[in-house]
Write a protein that binds this ligand. Structure first.
Ligand code: PHE
Length: 343
């Protein structure tokens, strides 16, 4: 049976050629040569029809099996060639699979927010709730209702950015939140802190930014006195800066509080002896405060004959600066991770 001998020769030749093919291109060539449309194995399959009847079954079976064996061998060979190519590439590029992966950069809470959270935690212990007011305010809430009428000289201290809608501006302090809270809760007692962003149209310097945070405090109720104000602020400052801190309440003026005070604490750096940070006074100013002005109480819906209250306002960036010895407020919002990652 000649044709079966031919098949055996073809098989030997095809397998030898397959072993010799070492690239994808070589395998493609091999495929066209043996299994392609005009490949020798394909032609051998077609030969079945031209054989005498009695020779067909044996030949047909043999050639089909050969075709299948070659196809299976090609698939295997393709895998080997791919694996070899990958191995060669790893050696060439000195890829080291044992190296650790790259760590993704993970951020962390911004120093302003860290400070805000510390402040919340301290006031939370004293029964204060957090109350949110809007950053875009009406002139009425930011000034008028806080006893700062148009043309009042105190407005110079709180110059701001105005929106294109007349009468609306970016709030210059969190104090308008006092009105929001009072109008929501009157005549119930209030104990809230009001954190948030404030804006000022000002020269940006090491001590003043045009955007910064404030935390306002507001307590309204029956028989609230200056002693409550002092006790609350002393408790806060000592938890924030250490139990040994001394405080000083200096007479001051805000249109929305009466009497008004400026709160100083002894310098955290020199302990009151006088240094560069406290400008050799021994004291650091940390907040403004006072008893809520009767006009403001009335604007909030409380009868000043029956209710009284106190309020305070502080800047968490300033608190953080004193706590961490930071000498320029502009670092907070200039987005330099070399600064931010330190805290
Ligand atoms: N709103 C004042 C400021 O921005 C601070 C303050 C708040 C003073 C509450 C007294 C009472 O300077």
């Amino acid at each position: 049976m000649d044709e079966l001998t031919d098949l055996a020769t073809l098989e030997e030749e095809a397998f030898a050629a397959l072993r010799g093919a070492e690239s994808e291109d070589a395998l493609n060539d091999w495929f066209s040569r043996y299994l392609g449309r005009k490949g020798t194995v394909t032609l051998a399959v077609r030969r079945v029809g031209s054989l005498p009847k009695e020779a067909r079954p044996a030949y047909g079976q043999a050639v089909n099996q050969l075709h299948q064996r070659l196809e299976a061998a090609l698939t295997e060979r393709q895998k080997d060639v791919k694996r070899a190519a990958l191995k060669a590439e790893m050696v060439e590029t000195t890829f080291d699979p044992t190296l650790p992966g790259r760590r993704p950069e993970v951020g962390h809470v911004h120093l302003s927010n860290q400070t805000l959270r510390e402040i919340y935690a301290i006031f939370q212990q004293m029964g204060f709730q957090v109350y949110d007011g809007p950053e875009v305010e009406s002139d009425a809430y930011n000034f008028e209702l806080l006893n700062i009428p148009a043309g009042h000289p105190a407005r110079d201290m709180w110059d701001t950015f105005y929106t294109t809608t007349p009468g609306y501006l970016l709030r210059t302090h969190t104090s308008p939140g006092q009105i929001w809270a009072m109008r929501e809760y009157a005549p119930e007692p209030i104990r809230v802190i009001l954190p948030g962003k404030c804006f000022r149209y000002e020269q940006v310097t090491a001590r003043s930014e045009m955007m910064f945070y404030q935390v306002e405090g507001l307590v309204v109720g029956k028989n609230i006195t200056m002693a409550d104000l002092k006790g609350t602020i002393v408790a806060f400052v000592r938890q924030m800066f250490g139990q040994e801190r001394k405080l000083r309440f200096r007479f001051s003026h805000f249109p929305f509080t009466e009497p008004s005070v400026e709160v100083d604490m002894d310098c955290v750096l020199c302990g009151g002896k006088g240094c560069r940070v406290c400008k050799h006074t021994g004291w650091l100013e940390i907040m403004g405060a006072g008893m809520v002005h009767p006009v403001v109480l009335r604007n909030g819906g409380y009868d000043p004959e029956r209710f009284s209250g106190f309020a305070f306002g502080m800047g968490p960036e300033r608190i953080a600066m004193l706590k961490h010895g930071i000498d320029d407020i502009r670092y907070f919002f200039s987005n330099d991770v070399r600064f931010l990652s330190q805290f």
